[in-house]
Design a binder for this molecule. Structure first.
Ligand code: SF4
Ligand code: SF4
Ligand code: SF4
Length: 161
């Protein structure tokens, strides 16, 4: 079967899927060129959130857990498709995104589950007259760890750029 991703078909074009690579991944086209799909990062992740996605390239599944930024995937990646230019280089620019329409408090149902799982305290609940407090996300504080994703009973959160 022709491997369109490996042959660079999607380079510079909108992808038909939104995949999130492991932390410290090279920019997408360089990542696809460097990654051998060895799956070493998949087996290295103690959180079990790295899965073989489309084309066999690793992608993150936050329904399985969160990224602790332990760096085990980075260490395991011998082709350096995951690479940190400097020790301070950020893992990524991903952040949590809220679909307010799905969020339970917007439907009058009390819920603070996401805030209880956010160690970074990036989720705050704003009191409002006559309704349950609504969550707000601080993108400057959010690390994109994904700890809030799986616990949300309404699937109102996702990780995105
Ligand atoms: S940094 Fe650690 S927890 Fe995050 S994806 Fe890599 S191995 Fe998994
Ligand atoms: S856990 Fe989900 S439904 Fe509950 S407040 Fe957070 S985003 Fe809304
Ligand atoms: S992704 Fe992590 S840091 Fe960001 S809001 Fe969710 S739990 Fe908090």
């Amino acid at each position: 079967m022709v491997d369109l991703a490996r042959r660079g078909f999607f380079r510079g074009r909108p992808r038909p899927w939104a995949e999130i690579r492991p932390p410290w991944a090279l920019p997408e086209s360089a990542f696809v060129d460097s990654c051998t799909r060895c799956n070493d990062c998949v087996s290295a992740c103690p959180s079990g959130i790295i899965q073989a996605g489309d084309g066999g390239y690793p992608t993150l599944d936050f329904s399985r857990g969160e990224c602790t930024f332990c760096g085990d995937c980075l260490t395991a990646c011998k082709p350096a498709a995951l690479a940190r230019a400097t020790p301070e280089a950020p893992a990524w620019t991903y952040r949590a995104q809220l679909d307010a329409a799905r969020c339970l408090p917007s439907q009058g149902i009390e819920c603070r589950v996401c805030g209880e799982h956010c160690d970074a305290r990036a989720i705050r609940f704003i009191p409002r007259l006559g309704g349950s407090p609504l969550p707000t996300l601080d993108p400057d504080t959010c690390t994109g760890c994904g700890a809030c994703i799986a616990p949300c009973p309404a699937q109102a959160l996702k990780i995105g750029a």
